[in-house]
Each structure stands twice: as structure tokens, then as C-alpha cells.
Design a protein around this ligand. Structure first.
Ligand code: 13P
Length: 255
């Protein structure tokens, strides 16, 4: 049985004071939900160290939103995998569509980052998803197939056992227009099938596949009760303790 993972991607929101307020509120509201689902917070880099100390003694885990594909050196403005693991980060979001769109990240770069993250003991949350034009052109399956092949390039079965895939259709991100539970479930089933074919059914069965894109307290239950949906990567609705807690509650009820 796969454990649900609900992750909050705060994107470029919350300064250090707002980080402390939100985490303290979440700890209070989530007291009763301990250990029923996995919960990860992904604040911006400047808040990570403070966030780590605030979540100690709670079930909350910490993730970053990005990292460099390089080990160290002259890469001004970049943050490495070892830096993240040294402050107690356990997860890192890689290949988010906003990184692909605004910072020209390719599947090849994402693949290099996945390998570095694994080497440092981080769990990569690898984002894939089609654009609106691709969905309307009827090529979603082809796009997902290519992305899976490319982001997992040269990874072994034991590597793939340590990663999480987040299916985030680009047209659903920040638009208020989520994929229907059935649309999302179909793509998740395809992802699991592809991983089964490239690796093994045992690896595929264990793979956590999150859905992301306009998840909110109203649609979370319907999405998370789909058999192939193993969690949510939540953007806007993770910025308030009330809505994020209600999504976690929906996750507990869904499984
Ligand atoms: P929204 O939940 O704001 O649509 O963002 C989704 C997302 O990009 C999570 O990584």
C-alpha cells in the first residue's frame, strides 16, 4: 500500500516571519493528523533553516523547490544538493514547469539534477506534464512518455524506487482549472505502466505519483480517492494553514 504524500510548494512566497507564522499554525492544526499521511513543506531557500528548526518534534518534513545539477564551484546564485541535505532537507522538487518555462530547464538538465539529488540522499519530486496546446492536440500520452524516458535516463531500479513523480499538467497550474480525477488518473496509470515496462512491476507498484495543479479543499478528496493518485503537490492552497489542513484531512479520508 502506497502512503500518500501531500507537499506544499510555496513557490516565491513567504518571508522568514510569514514562514514561522504558517508553520506554527500548521503544527497546531495538524496535531491530530500525525503519521496518517506524509506531509512536506517546500518553502523558499532563505526560509529552509528556520523551517527545519520549527518542524522539529512534528511530523512535517522539509523540501526545497530546486537545486543545481553541479556539485559546487563558480555558479553564482545556485544551491547544491549537499547544501540542502546538510540542513536537513529530505525532498527537492525538480523540473517544475515554472523552472522549465522561465529558466529554460530541459529534461536533460532535470535528469542531471535527479542524479545529483539521489547521490546526496535527497528524494526528488520530479515534475512532468503537458501544456494546453499539447493536450488539445491529443498528444498528452506521447509527451508524458518522452518526459518519463528522458528524466529517468540511466537511472537504475533502485534509483527509481527512491523518487517521486508529480504529474502537473501545465494548463492546470495556478489557473483554478484542475484536471478531472479521471483525466489525472489516466495519466498516472500511463506513468506507472511506463515505469513498469522500463523497470519492473514491483518498482512501478511502489512508485508514488502525486497530482499537482489547482488542488484545493473542494477537489482534493475526489482526486486523492483515485486509485493511481498517491498524493498532491499543492501550490496556492498550501499558503494558508486552513486550506492546506483541509487538503490533508481530505487525504486522510480518501485512503
Ligand atoms: P497551484 O496549486 O497553485 O495550481 O500550483 C500547483 C503547483 O505548481 C505545485 O507545484
Amino acid at each position: 500500500m502506497r502512503r500518500l504524500l501531500i507537499a506544499g510548494n510555496w513557490k516565491m512566497n513567504k518571508d522568514i516571519h510569514e514562514t514561522a507564522t504558517l508553520i506554527n499554525e500548521l503544527k497546531e492544526r495538524l496535531k491530530d493528523f500525525k503519521n496518517q499521511v506524509d506531509i512536506t513543506l517546500c518553502p523558499p531557500f532563505p526560509s529552509l533553516v528556520v523551517a527545519k528548526s520549527l518542524i522539529k518534534d512534528s511530523a512535517l518534513k522539509l523540501g526545497a523547490q530546486n537545486m543545481s545539477q553541479h556539485d559546487d564551484g563558480a555558479y553564482t546564485g545556485e544551491v547544491s544538493a549537499t547544501m540542502l541535505s546538510s540542513i536537513g532537507c529530505e525532498y527537492v522538487i525538480l523540473g517544475h514547469s515554472e523552472r522549465r518555462q522561465h529558466f529554460k530547464e530541459t529534461d536533460e538538465i532535470v535528469n542531471a539534477k535527479v542524479k545529483k539529488a539521489l547521490k546526496s540522499g535527497l528524494t526528488p519530486i520530479v515534475c512532468i506534464g503537458e501544456t494546453l496546446e499539447e493536450r488539445e492536440a491529443g498528444i498528452t500520452d506521447r509527451i508524458i512518455t518522452t518526459q518519463i524516458k528522458d528524466v529517468l535516463h540511466e537511472l537504475s531500479s533502485s534509483d527509481v524506487e527512491k523518487i517521486i513523480i508529480a504529474y502537473e499538467p501545465v494548463w492546470a497550474i495556478g489557473t483554478g482549472r484542475n484536471a478531472t480525477p479521471d483525466q489525472a488518473n489516466q495519466v498516472h496509470r500511463l506513468i506507472r505502466k511506463l515505469v513498469g515496462q522500463h523497470y519492473s512491476w514491483r518498482v512501478a507498484e511502489k512508485l508514488i505519483i502525486q497530482y499537482g495543479g489547482s488542488v484545493n479543499p473542494q477537489n482534493a478528496y475526489a482526486l486523492l480517492s483515485q486509485p493511481e493518485i498517491d498524493g498532491a503537490l499543492v501550490g496556492g492552497a498550501s499558503l494558508s494553514s486552513d486550506s492546506f489542513t483541509r487538503i490533508i484531512q481530505a487525504a486522510v479520508e480518501a485512503k
